[in-house]
Design a protein around this ligand. Structure first.
Ligand code: NAD
Length: 498
């Protein structure tokens, strides 16, 4: 079996990273981190509490003026060096991420790690491309707009793509000249700590990047309410996002919220079925469905529904579940025990509401998979108003409905509180453009699903949040505009004539 060697636990960094030093939490607490494939404890890490966040913010504040003054190309150079260091460390990072999250190494090798490298390279190159502008105002005045760093930025990260999200948040924040206090998820902190080690190795100044590994209701809450943090970028559930909005009110900090989703994936009667079947499977089953942009609602034209489902169900049944460290594994376990229970509870909810389980909906039988948090790829037919069609399950669980015409398809697609990603499969160009405009979402994919690139803005509308990651938009999110007026030779009318 092409099994990669396990990660050497004794070398894993487990402490907080504050002001360029590895330190214990002041209260001395620890958090157990688990391997979702074995269900066993991997390692205990230091628990950051409120007072540790305060220390990290102080370190970030002390580092902020120097980092902001550094020539932009020097900030970029460090980010590019970090990208190289991650690439050189890929073999280790792939196994570390797979072991902590349950992502199959196949995905970590092809997506998580190379995409992290790409993102740091993109923002490394971006650092010295950020320009202000000159605004045409009244004659005799020069008015220019500069984009200034915000200062200390707080990052609160979920457990579903911990490594990749470090690059999404850190790349633009640092390129723009901010310093950062990051709280990874308590469930998946290990790759973030590894990134901090690499940042230290390539020479980022002390205090520019700080990692506090703590729980949400203590360390996370403190970041959200901290008076010296100017902006928080949060990725996580919509409910937690609402709490962040409330906690941020004290100093009116700027917020960027990347929240939940319930991706509509519409298959029209003229779609090329093999591509739509494969693309839809990637849309929902990649990363065990633990993606905010997952194609979790499959909306099928009634004429092709049966033909599509025959192929889609057969594909779902053939997905190879197994050890994340096995290069042939296509689907690993869910990332935590609690989440495993939550996803399985939605199977019961679907049944209670009269949904029809077309496949999966259970823990697989194989003896080798019993210790891990596995759920079989699950396809459920349910009415568009059922809970499994409205609530984010965040697992390998797709809810199917059918439509008669375009109007009905659009009503179903737009019929949730969310608006993150959506896909449609058709060969009709007019319809593709019409739907791309009409769908209530921050991202729309036509004849593909879940395409992401560091140059392309990522984010949602409605209760999927606001603000954008990546692209030039991310640089705007990470800076504040300053308008400067110079009186060059203006004749100022005498308002107070005496
Ligand atoms: P979560 O909201 O439970 O936790 C996210 C982070 O917030 C964690 O670091 C957690 O410790 C922290 N947190 C929890 N309570 C907090 C509080 N009171 N104050 C401050 N921080 C707190 O989400 P999760 O279960 O880790 O992640 C899954 C969710 O993330 C899903 O809803 C998913 O859709 C969403 N998500 C969104 C995007 C996006 O870009 N829109 C991307 C990935 C995941």
């Amino acid at each position: 079996m092409p099994l990669l060697p396990p990660v050497d636990i004794s070398t894993i960094q487990t402490r907080l990273f504050i002001g360029g030093k590895w330190v214990d939490g002041l209260a001395g607490g620890e958090i157990d981190v688990f391997n979702p494939y074995t269900g066993k404890k991997l390692v205990a890490i230091a628990e950051a509490r409120e007072e540790d966040v305060d220390r990290a913010v102080a370190a970030a504040q002390a580092a902020a003026p120097g980092w902001a003054r550094l020539a932009a190309h020097e900030r970029g150079r460090l980010l590019l060096k970090l990208a190289d260091a991650i690439e050189a460390d890929a073999d280790y990072l792939v196994r570390l991420e797979a072991t902590n999250t349950g992502h199959p190494v196949r995905d970590c090798m092809n997506l998580d790690v190379p995409r992290t490298v790409l993102c740091f390279r993109y923002f490394g190159g971006m650092a010295d491309k950020l320009e202000g502008s000159v605004i045409p105002v009244d004659a005799g005045f020069l008015n220019y707009l500069e984009r200034e760093p915000i200062g200390v930025v707080g990052h609160i990260v979920p457990w579903n793509f911990p490594l990749m999200f470090v690059s999404w948040k850190l790349g633009p924040a640092l390129a723009a000249g901010n310093t950062v206090v990051m709280k990874p998820s308590e469930i998946t902190p290990l790759s973030t700590l590894r990134i901090a080690e690499l940042m230290q190795q390539v020479g980022f100044p002390d205090g520019v990047f700080n990692v506090v590994t703590g729980y949400g209701n203590t360390a996370g809450q403190r970041i959200a309410e901290h008076p010296d943090i100017g902006k928080v970028s949060f990725t996580g559930s919509t409910n937690t996002g609402r709490g962040i909005v409330r906690a941020s009110a004290g100093n009116l900090k700027k917020l960027q919220l990347e929240l939940g989703g319930k991706g509509a994936n519409i298959i029209f009667e003229d779609a090329l079925l093999p591509a739509a079947v494969g693309g839809s499977a990637f849309g929902i089953f990649h990363n065990q469905g633990q993606a905010c942009i997952a194609a979790s609602r499959l909306i099928l034209h009634e004429k092709i529904a049966d033909a599509f489902l025959d192929k889609f169900v057969a594909l779902a049944r053939s997905i190879k579940l197994g050890d994340p460290l096995d290069t042939e594994t296509e689907m690993g376990p869910l990332t935590s025990k609690l989440h495993h229970e939550r996803v399985l509870s939605y199977v019961e909810i679907a049944k209670e509401e009269g949904g029809e389980i077309l496949c999966g909906g259970r823990v697989p039988d194989a003896a080798a998979l019993q210790a891990g948090y596995f759920v079989e790829p699950t396809i459920v037919r349910a009415d568009p108003n059922h809970r499994v069609q409205q609530e984010e399950v965040f697992g390998p669980f797709v809810a199917v409905s059918t439509f008669k015409d375009d109007e009905e398809a659009l009503a179903i697609a737009n019929g949730t509180i969310y608006g993150l990603g959506a896909g449609l499969w058709t060969q009709n160009l007019t319809r593709a453009h019409r739907f791309a405009k009409a769908i209530h979402a921050g991202m729309v994919w036509v004849n593909c699903y879940k395409r992401v690139h560091p140059a392309s803005p990522f984010g949602g509308v409605g209760q999927s949040g606001y603000g954008r990651e990546m692209g030039f938009e991310a640089m705007r999110e990470n800076t504040q505009p300053k308008s400067v007026w110079i009186n060059v030779d203006a004749q100022i009318p005498p308002f107070y004539k005496r």
